[in-house]
Design a protein around this ligand. Structure first.
Ligand code: GLU
Length: 466
């Protein structure tokens, strides 16, 4: 049974890189009919906040990355970590070290002065036949892991390939501080062990922790999981992704008007491929996704491609769903959404033309507030030639059948009668009805308005225009 986990530290929002890690861990579990565990690594009390936990849970929910187990909180598992520390002490796999921080500093300085790599000197490490010093009074010890001395730690990383580190490079890791609190690398191992994680899929900023963690797994007699370290995501400009690239928190994408399925589809292709497939559903992704087509090199963000995917999914989306997503955006702008014109019909008409929900809201907003067309636009298009045709159209609109084909016929009749071309009438109509010179097909736009409202806007616009 495959078991994966996503283990964010709640120190900020759900970052786009974290979301990709979560997506891959989730999809891998789904692909194999396994379980996906969510674990909140909140032991950094100074930096973890409940708001950040909320932001992570919201981000996961928005993306639809449902966990099968958890969320587990490390702060609620302290007793368990402490029990495992005691077990390692009893087994001789860990030991009490009374070297004080001041002594450690001095030790490191001397080592540096001698040109050596700074490391703990092993004073308190028990060895067969070695007599340990007497513990000093009044000093609380830290607990160190008794790392193997010889040989190497090796693993076949499922993304990066074989990695091998000499144990000589690894210090005896502190697994519990003077106050008894367990340290980060230790908690991760106990959790992955207890949660029976088979595949650790995470960012490659954790490669350095892996050999230490593997040694602890072995000391515990635990099965060592497989590791897949994902390369980082770079911004559009090839630099490490950061706030200056704009949206890096997942919920910011929601705010900016992206659909979750577009973000998911986009993230899936960041460092993973399936032939030339660019557009696919999460069902397809889960059926295809394995760890063998992940690129070890860094993936570069491409906002254009994300926008293209978002436009694609907006076109596919159900009009009622789009209306429900756009309504709160309009309300947030102080626009009261009336029952008519129908927001759903507006969404249906405009969804082909926009790249984000916010652009859809921009377009829809014009239907609910009286337009205030730009004076230059009016002067340019509401010409003396166009006015009589417009007046005819308004007159005809009073009893035309209220549907796009009949309105279209009326437009044609008016331009024919006045020797005009389509844009001569269509553009002033667009401007007076919506304030914008460009809209979808004008007959469809007119038909979206209730007759009275269309007449009101057109007549008011015609008489007010200079
Ligand atoms: N909490 C770690 C982080 O947010 C992840 C640890 C792990 O996946 O092993 O970077």
């Amino acid at each position: 049974m495959i078991r994966t986990r996503f283990a964010p530290s709640p120190t900020g929002f759900l970052h786009i890189g974290g979301a990709r890690t979560a997506l891959f861990a989730w999809a891998f579990a789904r692909h194999h009919g396994g379980k996906f565990v969510l674990r909140i690594e909140d032991t950094d009390v100074a930096r973890s906040t409940p708001e950040a936990v909320r932001a992570i849970l919201d981000g996961m929910a928005w993306l639809g990355l449902a966990h099968d187990e958890g969320p587990f909180y490390q702060m609620q598992r302290m007793d368990r970590y402490k029990a495992v520390v005691r077990q390692l002490l009893a087994d001789g796999q860990a030991y009490r070290c009374y070297t004080t921080p001041a002594e450690l500093d001095r030790m490191r300085e001397e080592q540096r002065a001698r040109g050596e790599k700074p490391r703990y000197d092993g004073t308190w490490r028990p060895e067969p036949g070695k007599t340990l010093p007497t513990p000093p009074a009044g000093v609380s010890p830290v607990i160190r892991f008794r790392n193997p001395v010889g040989g190497t730690v090796a693993w076949d990383d499922l993304v990066k390939g074989p990695i091998e580190i000499a144990n000589a490079e690894l210090d005896d890791l502190v697994i519990a501080r003077q106050d008894g609190t367990p340290t980060y690398n230790f908690c991760v191992v106990v959790d992955d062990w207890d949660m029976r994680i088979t595949h650790v899929i995470r960012g490659d900023d954790h490669v350095n922790n892996t050999p230490r963690q593997i040694n602890i797994f072995r000391a515990l007699g635990a099965d060592v999981p497989r590791f897949a370290h994902l390369s980082m995501i770079l911004g559009d400009d090839g630099q490490k992704l950061s706030k200056r690239h704009g949206a890096v928190g997942v919920m910011q994408y929601d705010e900016d008007g992206y659909l979750p399925e577009a973000v998911l589809n986009y993230l899936a292709r960041l460092g993973w491929s399936h032939g030339d497939d660019e557009v696919f559903s999460m069902e397809q992704f889960c059926s295809w996704f394995d760890l063998d087509h992940i690129t070890p090199s860094a993936a570069q963000f491409n906002t254009k491609k994300l926008n293209w995917l978002n436009a694609h999914y907006l076109k596919q989306a159900d009009d009622a769903r789009l209306a429900a997503l756009v309504r709160p955006r309009l309300e947030a702008r102080g626009i009261e959404v009336a029952e008519k014109p129908s927001l759903e019909a507006i969404a249906g008409l405009y969804k082909e033309r926009v790249a984000t929900l916010n652009q859809l809201a921009d377009a829809a907003g014009a239907f609910f507030a009286d337009p205030a067309p730009d004076a230059g636009l009016l002067a340019q298009h509401l010409t003396p030639d166009a006015r009589p045709a417009l007046a005819d159209f308004i007159a005809g609109l009073k009893d035309v059948a209220w549907e796009a084909p009949a309105i279209n016929a009326l437009i044609k009749r008016c331009i024919g009668a006045h020797g005009l071309k389509m844009p001569h009438l269509a553009i002033p109509l667009r401007i007076l009805l919506t304030g914008q010179a460009q809209t979808p097909s004008i007959d469809a736009v007119v038909a979206i308005f209730p007759r009275e409202l269309a007449l009101k806007r057109l007549s008011a616009g015609l008489s007010a225009a200079p």
